[in-house]
Design a protein around this ligand. Sequence first.
Ligand SMILES: NC(=O)c1ccc[n+]([C@@H]2O[C@H](COP(=O)([O-])OP(=O)(O)OC[C@H]3O[C@@H](n4cnc5c(N)ncnc54)[C@H](O)[C@@H]3O)[C@@H](O)[C@H]2O)c1
Ligand SMILES: [Zn+2]
Ligand SMILES: [Zn+2]
Length: 373
Amino acid sequence: MKTKAAVLRTGHGPFTVEELEVEAPRSDEVLVRMVAAGMCHTDLRPREQPAEDYAGPQVYGHEGSGVVEAVGADVSTVSVGDHVVLSFASCAACPSCAVNRPSYCYELRQLNMSGARPDGSTCFVDVDGQPVGSHYFGQSSFAGMSVVAERSVVKVDPDLDLVNLGPLGCGIQTGAGAIMNSLAVPEGSSVVVTGAGALGLSAIMATQIVGAGTVIAVDRHQSRLDLARRYGATHTILGSVDSALEAGETASMTEQILDLTGGGADVAFDTTGNAEVVRAAYEGLTFVGTLGMAGVGSGDVSFGFRSMVSGRSIRGILEGDSVPSEFIPYLAELNVAGSFPYHELIATFPLEQVNEAEAASMSGEVVKPVLLF
Ligand SMILES: NC(=O)c1ccc[n+]([C@@H]2O[C@H](COP(=O)([O-])OP(=O)(O)OC[C@H]3O[C@@H](n4cnc5c(N)ncnc54)[C@H](O)[C@@H]3O)[C@@H](O)[C@H]2O)c1
Ligand SMILES: [Zn+2]
Ligand SMILES: [Zn+2]
């Protein structure tokens, strides 16, 4: 069958909305009619990499929500007509999956970022008969219809508004899960969140659920710091507009954190992926504080030996340690109950305005663009 999709043909070029042919689902796949799909910063990673490294064309999108149209013969978790949120894919068999920590699946790269099924095939063909990359995070949801890995599919309450649910599949569960699961922030803790975008603001909302004490937000957009205050930050620090912070600014960020927390934060959670910001937040920890890192940067980040052996911990975080089938419905319940108002971060765009959605995210104007089909 045919569908409309946003295709990224070159890493630094615009998305083009095209008609693609979609295969029928295989035995372990689900055909989903998309209602909406959130845009996460990770969909835009090709922009940060050398143009010549781009392997596309590819359909991105990994925060889909929609309705099941057809299921493969071996699919047992969903049926036709179910409302679903799409999250990351995992293998179900590796050592991490065996202990129910699927976000650290040994096959994560292959199943989520290879642009194809594990056998190298894709489910999309363009008008010239050429294959287009699919199965991004098991789903490639910037498409009206997509063939999705069963492990990416989470059934949700049909009474909920599907337009708002997609972002739970990545950005929102990562921010909230970092605080609630990965770092399991104890009540009364002081927390620094660097980067107040989709991950950072959902992390700040989660600090209110766990009952954190001092909460400091850092961002380079004042508008995002204002949002951070609305959702629970007690203090804010305006960072640099440039990607590389001057040494003086880094030191000042650390000093402000030490000052505001009376000697150091218990927890820092980075969502900027900027090495200078990460180090500034790390230096602002107590001697036994923990840094959680979710922002994806390039190159290296370094920490002094002496500051490390003081007793500090550093944790890499993927998808907030979420088990999607449990955590996504739980976050949706918290949202309905009013304690997790992440839907206020969403602005919707028709699929045709996918490039406008990206621009609005990059300018800081919109925190969580959601494409509508
Ligand atoms: N680890 C994971 O599982 C996971 C999941 C989703 C996204 N990510 C990554 O997390 C990061 C954040 O994603 P997002 O969707 O929240 O992005 P976003 O663009 O919505 O938010 C990032 C925020 O960081 C701020 N920022 C960036 N550099 C800064 C600097 N030098 N100083 C101060 N503030 C700065 C930006 O202004 C922005 O508000 C991205 O790198 C994304 O790829 C990781
Ligand atoms: Zn696995
Ligand atoms: Zn994401």
